[in-house]
Ligand binder design. Structure first.
Ligand SMILES: *[C@@H]1O[C@H](CO)[C@@H](O)[C@H](O)[C@H]1NC(C)=O
Ligand SMILES: *[C@@H]1O[C@H](CO)[C@@H](O)[C@H](O)[C@H]1NC(C)=O
Ligand SMILES: *[C@@H]1O[C@H](CO)[C@@H](O)[C@H](O)[C@H]1NC(C)=O
Length: 307
């Protein structure tokens, strides 16, 4: 019987891989001997494809340990499981325990040559205290996106927002990075999956309340995959308009002050120019009137007044 477990055991013996514990291998042994299908698949071939069939069976039958150990084994062999996971999603989705599938996706490495890396579309809005985002996993908002994503990650470091998710059906990895207008509070945010695989994110601003002129630190930045979330915007329109009014007032005041300062500057500069001009003129006059002989002149003039 022992030859049946050869791939796992050989991995154990040849490469001491810390995540595959020998106790787990023993458990795997027990699981495989208990689960007839699993050992049946092993008996037939050592071919990679049969092994991934084993993994698919293990996942569909929720043989959790068996599936985890198999995934770690493949990772260790640098055998790319993304196509296998795509196969499971495309062909066995209705039989799949989604919670378990999500747990198992987290064991896969973050990169694979099979993955396209894309930036998702997003709508954004705000009220005075929070920023709201709705992410749609497609590059164009009017094109249907991935209906389900896995390995969803939000990372808020104060001035930046990082979002990542994977679609196993489409073999897409979605990555969104935003350098935000102001800081966010990394301890107060939450997200919720809604219809059509979209995700809503709500983040507390820091400082809060505060009006953001854009979601980006560059207030002119408006990439083609960015949209205003009008429904949300209208919900808080009142407070935003007040804030916007105040902002405009302050900006107007600031502009007025700047204008005044500028004109004073100009006046000052102008008067300085005039003063210099007068000074120069005076000097000229002084030279002409009183100082005709006080400075050495050039040769010609010098010779002309030698008596
Ligand atoms: C699905 O998998 C999770 C995690 O392994 C488990 O807790 C849950 O009981 C499973 N659900 C069903 C319906 O089998
Ligand atoms: C902004 O929206 C959040 C979430 O809906 C809500 O809890 C908060 O009270 C709102 N803030 C203001 C100032 O309306
Ligand atoms: C979040 O981002 C920071 C800075 O880029 C990084 O150090 C940290 O490991 C990230 N956390 C996660 C959970 O990815």
């Amino acid at each position: 019987m022992i030859f049946l477990f050869f791939p796992f055991l050989s991995a154990q013996l040849l490469y001491p891989y810390p995540q595959i514990q020998s106790t787990e291998s023993l458990e795997l042994l027990q699981i495989i001997t208990q689960q007839q299908q699993c050992s049946h698949l092993y008996q037939h071939s050592n071919h990679q494809n049969i092994h991934t069939q084993l993994l698919i069976q293990a996942i569909l039958n929720q043989w959790i340990k068996c599936a985890k150990i198999a995934i770690q084994y493949y990772n260790h062999k640098q055998f790319d499981l993304y196509p296998t996971f795509q196969n499971i999603k495309l062909n066995h989705n209705s039989k799949l325990n989604q919670t378990l599938f999500e747990q198992l996706t987290k064991l896969l490495p973050p990169h694979s040559p099979f993955l396209n890396v894309l930036e998702p579309s997003y709508l954004w809005a705000q009220n005075m205290t929070h920023v709201f985002l709705k992410i749609k996993f497609t590059t164009k908002i009017d094109v249907p996106g991935a209906q389900t994503v896995n390995k969803f990650l939000i990372n808020i470091t104060e001035p930046s927002l990082y979002i990542e998710a994977y679609s196993f059906e489409l073999l897409n990895r979605y990555v969104l990075r935003i350098q935000t207008y102001k800081f966010m509070n990394p301890n107060y945010f939450h997200h919720k999956f809604v219809e059509l695989g979209q995700v809503i994110i709500e983040i507390l601003k820091s400082p809060s309340p505060y009006f953001w002129k854009n979601i980006h630190s560059n207030i002119m930045y408006n990439p083609p995959n960015q949209y205003i979330w009008w429904d949300m915007y209208y919900q808080y329109r009142g407070q935003l308009e007040v804030a916007f009014g105040l902002l405009e007032d302050t900006e107007n005041k600031r502009e007025e002050i700047e204008r005044q300062k500028l004109s004073e500057d100009l006046k000052l500069r102008e008067s300085k120019k005039q003063y210099n001009k007068i000074k120069e003129d005076n000097q000229e006059l002084y030279k002409q009137l009183y100082c005709r002989f006080c400075a050495p002149l050039n040769g010609d003039e010098w010779s002309s007044w030698i008596i």
